[in-house]
Write a new protein. Structure first.
Ligand code: AMP
Ligand code: ZN
Length: 477
């Protein structure tokens, strides 16, 4: 069955084929993090959903050209283009430069996504051009200022902009398609929400393309444009960087649902009014992870990080497993109990796989139609709860280790749960390791008096030693 995806733009599930069908390359843009703090596990729910999408595309035979941005400037504390830049606020909080804050949290983000097995390996510097080939491209807002000002220029030349005392704004009244993503039903709500702070804006939904640095204030991050210092608005980076690497029109753009009414709506306005072409063919949005039925958010400090999970003995992949418990378009209420169940379920699958790996013969097994069922579940708008049901059923219905492994190997290309990883070498706590090393050294030096004493000491602590021609080894008694 072909891959089908729910498109926020058409409000229905549509069959997916890429624009560059001949090359089989899908162009994908996923909004990356604002690097002013650690990310919370809610953010990572969105990144896991996007990763499942990317892996599903590959499972269905496509190659992926994927751009993810790092917002390291311009995301203001208020959605209404007011307040400080989040990077500046963090710099003050941490007593660092905004650049150092960005560097630090970008590195923690990249470590986190690695531990979640997010399939993204960006080379150091991608060529700034549209190419019909697979690539992972990590693009920094601060590294693409000329691309952004070029888009502001193009919008100005076509009459879509106006200037106020504090910046250059997009006149949303001039774009008839402005509400295409939110839908007609939500126009009133969107306008009401934006009305809070009109300032000099012509329409409530108008937004800043470029902000001027306040007079007499040197900002850490500012650039010359039109003869004065300033910095880009938050939305322009995504429109400009997507155009740079993927072209005016591309296949899939993702983010969390919070991005629909403002960020993505504004991205469409900028991109379509500057190019005169459709911006994105498929818009996909992930629902929120809630904590105690409330929105989990970085700005109000109620967030749980991956480090918090690790401190409580969870592997980041347990969290990945947990995410598969709900469809990405459904809200998910976080609970430690549910995470614990996901951990147990993952451990059971892994134990089964490890036993099978020991028992299996060399011939690959036939996975008896389970691979096709798994592929169809994933291709059905990324229905991971159904895909997991297929996995569990396969474990009881497939009768041999070879068959189960053959299925699991294929499924892991999407699941990425580490089910087939070699078991980690067991290690000793530091004090016992030191004791064991003293024993091994004494034995090697033929100091039998010491080695006998150390052997007894280790035995009393539950560690049995064995001596081989290659040296000493240990096991738990
Ligand atoms: P930000 O760094 O705030 O731009 O957020 C990064 C990504 O996480 C965006 O795609 C957001 O839509 C998404 N996001 C933010 N909060 C949540 C949440 N509680 N659950 C799921 N996704 C979220
Ligand atoms: Zn974006």
């Amino acid at each position: 069955m072909a891959l089908r995806l729910f498109n926020t733009l058409t409000r229905k599930v549509d069959a997916f084929t890429p624009l560059w069908d001949k090359e089989g390359v899908v162009t994908l843009y996923t909004c990356g993090p604002t690097v002013y703090n650690y990310l919370h596990i809610g953010n990572y729910r969105t990144y896991v959903f996007e990763d499942v999408l990317k892996r599903a595309l590959k499972l269905h035979g496509f190659k992926v050209r994927h751009v993810m941005n790092i917002t390291d400037v311009g995301h203001l504390t208020s959605q209404a283009d007011e307040g400080d830049d989040k990077m500046t606020v963090a710099a003050k909080r941490e007593g660092k430069t905004a650049w150092d804050v960005a560097k630090f949290y970008t590195a923690t983000f990249l470590d986190d996504i690695k531990s979640l097995r997010i399939d993204f390996t960006a080379p150091a510097d991608a060529k700034r051009e549209v190419r019909r080939e697979a690539a992972d491209i990590l693009s920094y807002a601060t590294g693409h200022i000329p691309e952004q000002t070029a888009m502001v220029d193009a919008l100005a030349a076509k009459g879509f902009t106006y200037e106020t005392a504090d910046g250059i704004y997009f006149d949303t009244a001039k774009f008839p398609g402005y509400y295409k993503l939110v839908g007609e039903a939500h126009i009133a709500g969107l306008q009401e929400g934006a009305r809070v702070s009109m300032g000099e804006k012509r329409n409530p939904t108008d937004f800043a393309l470029w902000k001027f640095s306040p007079a007499g204030e040197a900002r850490q991050m500012e650039w010359d444009y039109r003869g004065r210092k300033g910095f880009p608005g938050w939305h322009i980076e995504c429109s400009a960087m997507a155009k740079t690497y993927l072209g005016d029109t591309f296949d899939i753009h993702c983010g969390g649902v919070d991005h629909i009414p403002i960020h993505h709506t504004n991205e469409i306005a900028q991109a379509e009014c500057s190019s005169g072409k459709d911006f994105v063919r498929f818009w996909l949005h992930g629902e929120f992870l809630l904590v105690k039925a409330g929105k989990m958010s970085k700005s109000d400090g109620t967030f749980i990080t991956l480090a918090d999970l690790k401190d409580k003995g969870f592997d980041p992949l347990d969290y990945r497993m947990y995410c598969y418990g709900a469809h990405y378009r459904k809200q998910l209420d976080f609970s430690w109990e549910a995470l614990e169940s996901a951990k147990t379920a993952r451990r059971r699958l892994r134990e089964r796989a490890l036993e099978d790996l020991k028992a299996a013969g060399p011939e690959p097994g036939d996975s008896g139609g389970f691979q096709e069922r798994f592929r169809d579940a994933v291709g059905d708008d990324l229905n991971m709860p159904n895909a997991m049901a297929v996995v569990h059923e396969s474990m009881s219905r497939l009768g041999t280790p070879e068959k189960r492994l053959s299925f699991l190997r294929a499924a892991e290309a999407v699941l990425a749960l580490g089910l087939l990883d070699a078991p980690k070498a067991e290690s000793l706590p530091a004090d016992l390791q030191a004791l064991f090393e003293r024993y091994a050294a004494a034995k090697k030096a033929k100091d039998f008096k010491s080695s006998d004493a150390l052997r007894s000491e280790l035995a009393a602590k539950g560690i049995k030693v064995k001596d081989t021609p290659q040296g000493s080894t240990w096991s738990r008694a």
